[in-house]
Design a protein around this ligand. Structure first.
Ligand SMILES: [Zn+2]
Ligand SMILES: [Zn+2]
Length: 528
C-alpha cells in the first residue's frame, strides 16, 4: 500500500493570491507547501510521499504524458476568443474572472467552475464577467490554445463509470450526467506565466491548465515515492498491475476531475493505466449552519484546533461526522456530545475501567479465565464480528460508520461489565470475575488495533499500556483478534481522555484567546 498526495501549487488561485500579497507565486507556494506539510505531520497523516507540483519529477512526467497524448492525436490547437483585461494587460483564465453562472445563475461563479451547481465552466460562458484584480469588465481577444478532445473518449469514459461498482451514487450520477450532456474539447493550455510550460510544438509561452497538471500528480508522486524508497520501477505495480487499486479522497466539487479528466488523460496516453478504482467524495462540513469561509473567518482552522484540544479528539470528531451521504454541521454541542459521550465515556472509560481493575486486583496480569459461559463466548464472537465489520467499512470508505462500530464495540464491553458487576464477584465467585476481565482485556486489545486509524496516538498509548511489542498502527488487522494470554503483564493504565467541562460560551472564549495568541507575531528561525 502507498499513500501519496501533494501541494497543488499552480493555477490561477495561487497567482491571484500572490498578486494580492505582493509577492511572487513561487514565494507564496514555497511558504504554503512547508506549512501544509507541517500541518499534515501534526495531524498524524501518514503519507509515504507528500510532494508538490513544483517537483522536477512531476514536471517531467506531466510534459512527457501530454506529449504521448499529443502524439496519439487527442490534442489539437485552434484560435479562440478569451477574456482579456485592458487595465491589467493580461488574459483572464479560470479564477482571474468571476461572473454569473450560465446554468444556475449563481452570482459569483468562478471562471472555471460554479461553486453552487458544481459545473465546469468556460470563462467566456460567464454572464456579466469581471476581472478579479481590478473588478472591470473584460474585453475579448483572440489567442491560440491546445485542446484535449474529450468527445472522442466519451464512450470509453461512460463504459468505465458504468462498470465501476465502487463509485458512490453522487460521483456516478454527476459524471454520467456530464457525459450525457456531451463532452466538449477542453483547453489544456493557459495564457499565464505561473505553471508548467506547455510542451507542444508552437505552444511557447503557454502553461498547462492546473487541473490537468494536478491530477497527473497522483502518478508522479508514486514515481517519486518509489524512487525515494530505492525501488524506482515499482511505481508500475501500482498503476499497471490489474490487481492494484487506486482510491481517491476528494470533496464533491472535485468529482469531475477524478472521474472524467484523470481517466481521460490516462486513456489518451495509450499506456493501459489502471483507472481510478474508487473516488470517495464527501459532501460539505458546515460550521454552525454556514459554509466555512476563509475571508469571513467562518470555521476553526486546523492549527487553532490543536491549541484547543488534543489531536485525537479532532480526528475522532471529524471522522465520526464525515459528510459521507449528506452535508454535516459542526456545533459545539455536537462536538461535546461526540467527545464526552462517545470517545470519553464509552471508548475511553471502558478501557480504563478494565485495565485499572486488572492493575489493582490482578497484579497487572491478564487473569486466567474460569470456564467460559455462553455469554462470555458470545462477547468474544462479537469482537470478531465487529473487527471484520470495521475492516469492511474502512475498505468501502464508510469511515463514519467504521468509527461508530468502534464505539459500539466499546459499548458492548461497558454493558457486559455493568450487567455482570465482576467487582462484586471477586469474593463470591473469583473464577467468574477472572473470566469477565479476561474477556474485557480481549476487547481492549481489539480496540487498540482497530482504533489506530482513527486515534493513532491514543492507540499507541494503549498499545504501550498493554505492553505489546511493535507499533499499534503497523500491526496486521488480524492482530485485533489474537488473544492476550492469561498471565501477560500489562503496564499501569492512565485515563485516555479528559471530559470537556465547558459550555458553548466558554468554548467560544477559548477559541478567541487561541486566535489572539496565534495572531501575535512569532519570530521564527527562518525569518530574517
Ligand atoms: Zn452554477
Ligand atoms: Zn483587471
Amino acid at each position: 500500500m502507498l499513500m501519496v498526495s501533494g501541494s497543488d501549487e499552480h493555477g490561477t488561485p495561487i497567482e491571484v493570491e500572490a498578486i494580492k500579497q505582493g509577492i511572487t507565486p513561487k514565494e507564496l507556494t514555497d511558504r504554503n507547501h512547508a506549512r501544509v506539510a507541517e500541518l499534515f505531520r501534526k495531524w498524524d497523516a501518514s503519507f509515504d510521499n507528500y510532494t508538490r507540483t513544483e517537483s522536477p519529477v512531476h514536471k517531467a512526467f506531466v510534459q512527457e504524458t501530454l506529449m504521448k497524448i499529443y502524439a496519439n492525436g487527442y490534442i489539437f490547437s485552434q484560435d479562440t476568443q478569451m477574456l482579456y483585461c485592458e487595465y491589467d494587460h493580461r488574459f483572464l483564465p479560470d479564477r482571474f474572472v468571476e461572473g454569473k453562472c450560465p446554468y444556475c445563475g449563481c452570482e459569483h461563479a468562478r471562471g472555471d467552475q460554479c461553486d453552487r451547481c458544481g459545473r465546469l465552466l468556460e470563462t467566456t460562458s460567464l454572464m456579466e464577467p469581471y476581472c478579479v484584480i481590478c473588478k472591470n469588465p473584460p474585453t475579448v481577444k483572440t489567442t491560440r490554445h491546445w485542446y484535449i478532445d474529450l468527445s472522442r473518449l466519451a464512450d470509453r469514459l461512460s463504459e468505465y463509470i458504468k462498470a465501476n461498482q465502487q463509485l458512490q451514487a453522487n460521483a456516478k450520477n454527476f459524471s454520467l450526467n456530464w457525459i450525457k450532456e456531451g463532452l466538449k474539447p477542453r483547453a489544456v493550455t493557459r495564457d499565464v506565466e505561473w505553471g508548467l510550460p506547455a510542451p507542444f510544438p508552437g505552444a511557447e509561452g503557454k502553461t498547462i491548465y492546473v487541473w490537468v497538471d494536478a491530477v497527473l500528480g497522483y502518478v508522479s508522486a508514486t514515481i517519486e515515492a518509489c524512487t525515494q524508497k530505492g525501488v524506482p520501477e515499482k511505481w508500475r505495480e501500482y498503476w499497471f498491475n490489474k490487481q492494484a487499486k487506486t482510491l481517491y479522497f476528494v470533496g464533491k466539487d472535485n468529482i469531475p476531475f477524478h472521474t472524467i479528466i484523470l481517466p481521460a488523460l490516462l486513456l489518451a496516453s495509450g499506456e493501459d493505466y489502471n483507472l481510478p478504482w474508487n473516488v470517495s467524495a464527501t459532501e460539505f462540513l458546515q460550521f454552525k449552519g454556514e459554509k466555512a469561509s476563509k475571508s469571513k473567518r467562518i470555521g476553526i482552522w486546523i492549527d487553532e484546533a490543536l491549541e484547543l484540544f488534543p489531536l485525537d479528539y479532532w480526528r475522532f470528531f471529524l471522522i465520526v461526522t464525515r459528510p459521507e451521504s449528506k452535508d454535516t454541521n459542526f456545533s459545539w454541542d455536537f462536538f461535546l456530545e461526540k467527545i464526552n459521550a462517545d470517545l470519553n465515556d464509552t471508548y475511553g472509560n471502558f478501557i480504563h475501567r478494565t485495565l485499572s481493575f486488572i492493575n489493582s486486583k490482578f497484579n497487572s496480569e491478564i487473569p486466567k479465565p474460569g470456564e467460559l459461559t455462553h455469554e462470555d463466548e458470545r462477547v468474544l464472537q462479537t469482537i470478531k464480528e465487529k473487527t471484520e465489520t470495521i475492516a469492511k467499512q474502512i475498505e468501502e470508505s464508510s469511515l463514519q460508520s467504521a468509527a461508530n462500530t468502534l464505539v459500539s464495540l466499546s459499548r458492548v464491553g461497558n454493558q457486559y461489565l455493568n450487567e455482570n458487576e465482576p467487582w462484586n464477584l471477586m469474593k463470591t465467585d473469583p473464577a467468574k470475575a477472572a473470566s469477565i476481565f479476561y474477556v474485557c482485556a480481549q476487547i481492549v486489545k481489539a480496540l487498540a488495533v482497530t482504533s489506530s486509524p482513527f486515534v493513532p496516538s491514543t492507540a499507541e498509548q494503549l498499545w504501550h499500556t498493554l505492553n505489546i511489542k511493535g507499533i499499534a498502527g503497523n500491526c496486521l488487522w488480524q492482530e485485533a483478534i489474537n488473544s492476550l494470554a492469561a498471565g501477560h503483564r500489562i503496564n499501569k493504565s492512565k485515563p485516555l481522555f479528559n471530559k470537556i467541562d465547558a459550555d458553548e460560551k466558554e468554548l467560544e472564549e477559548m477559541l478567541t484567546q487561541v486566535r489572539a495568541k496565534m495572531s501575535q507575531p512569532v519570530k521564527h528561525a527562518d525569518q530574517q
